[in-house]
Write a protein that binds this ligand. Structure first.
Ligand code: OXD
Length: 312
């Protein structure tokens, strides 16, 4: 039998992954964190989500690391990820669809004043509010990778003026695009609802800070479904309290789980969800992983590879 596959995640027991991979690859020597990795020298492929520091480095014959999330910061944060071992990430249409659903749900809820109507209902008050025309609610998608592009396209289909910002220039039909630090100021100035879907890298760490919030239109709304590390929490709380921002939806946090005493939990302008905007769906993510394991074993070039230097 070929080398072992190690499932290095605490999120699930890995049973579904084993079944799906075996359906595509035949019987596998599949080892899990829970069941124990046995002789670590046998491990050829690691499927990893937030591995403990040094675990991947203990697999001395490792040939491939598969990130079980679309983000790879959870791997690159471990400076003992073995150098030279290729890293791939999952490309999961199921996860991408969930992420855009999440952004659209919260944007529409804000756009259509649903929280205000809920409050009015609590007081048994019948009071239609002024509405903002869709063509005047400008959506800004920060990050134009696979998720950002899908989300931007769907907002544009709903009739919202939609723009995207990325590090390097991108062109997308029906979407106004901005790039680089010059483009950022212009992009922020026209974003009434800012949706963050950036990868977390050295350059994007702390990018959602006081300076950024000050460049948004007054009363802008933030949806962060990227990483908590993008946010300077004290700056976000100050921008909410001053009215610079009208609200924030946060799915990701600097510390997860969000500590029990964190002000976000009870802030009247904050909605908290526990990093669920997009969950890896083994059914939709496994075909790409099977393809890469086949390619690895046939000595062919891998797909969905990650450049550890750029961080995505
Ligand atoms: C991911 C995530 O990176 O779920 O896929 O955060």
């Amino acid at each position: 039998m070929a080398g072992a596959i190690a499932y290095v995640s605490r999120d699930t027991d890995g049973v579904q992954w084993k079944k799906l991979l075996e359906a595509g690859l035949g019987p596998l020597d599949f080892r899990t964190l829970k069941g124990g990795f046995g002789n670590t020298a046998d491990v050829e492929v690691a499927l990893a989500w937030k591995p403990d520091k040094g675990v991947l480095d203990s697999f001395k014959n490792l040939k491939l690391i598969v990130s079980l999330g679309m983000g790879v910061d959870h791997l690159l944060a471990d400076n003992r990820v073995p150098e030279g071992v290729p890293i791939t990430r999952i490309m999961d249409d199921g996860l991408v669809g969930q992420m855009s659903e999440y952004a659209i749900y919260w944007a529409l809820r804000h756009h259509r004043d649903i929280d205000q109507y809920a409050e009015l209902q609590r007081n048994q008050t019948w009071k239609p509010l002024d509405f903002v025309d869709t063509i005047h609610r400008r959506i800004g998608i920060m990050g134009l990778g696979t998720i950002g592009q899908d989300t931007a396209r769907k907002f544009a289909q709903l009739g919202f003026p939609t723009a995207g910002w990325s590090r390097s220039p991108k062109s997308l039909p029906g979407i106004e695009t901005f790039h680089g630090s010059d483009g950022l100021t212009k992009f922020l100035a026209r974003s009434d609802i800012l949706v963050a879907v950036l990868p977390l890298t050295r350059e994007t760490h702390g990018i959602l800070n006081a300076k950024t919030f000050a460049r948004l239109p007054k009363g802008a709304y933030l949806i962060n479904m990227a990483r908590g590390g993008h946010v300077v929490d004290a700056d976000l709380l100050a921008a909410l309290d001053s009215g610079e921002l009208s609200g924030a939806v946060l799915d990701v946090f600097n510390t997860e789980p969000l500590p029990a005493d964190h002000p976000y939990w009870t802030h009247p302008k904050v909605h908290v969800t526990p990093h669920v905007a997009g969950a890896t769906n083994p059914r939709t993510a496994s075909p790409g992983v099977i393809e890469n394991i086949k390619r690895l074993r046939a000595g062919q070039p891998l797909i969905h590879t990650v450049d550890p230097k750029s961080g995505y």
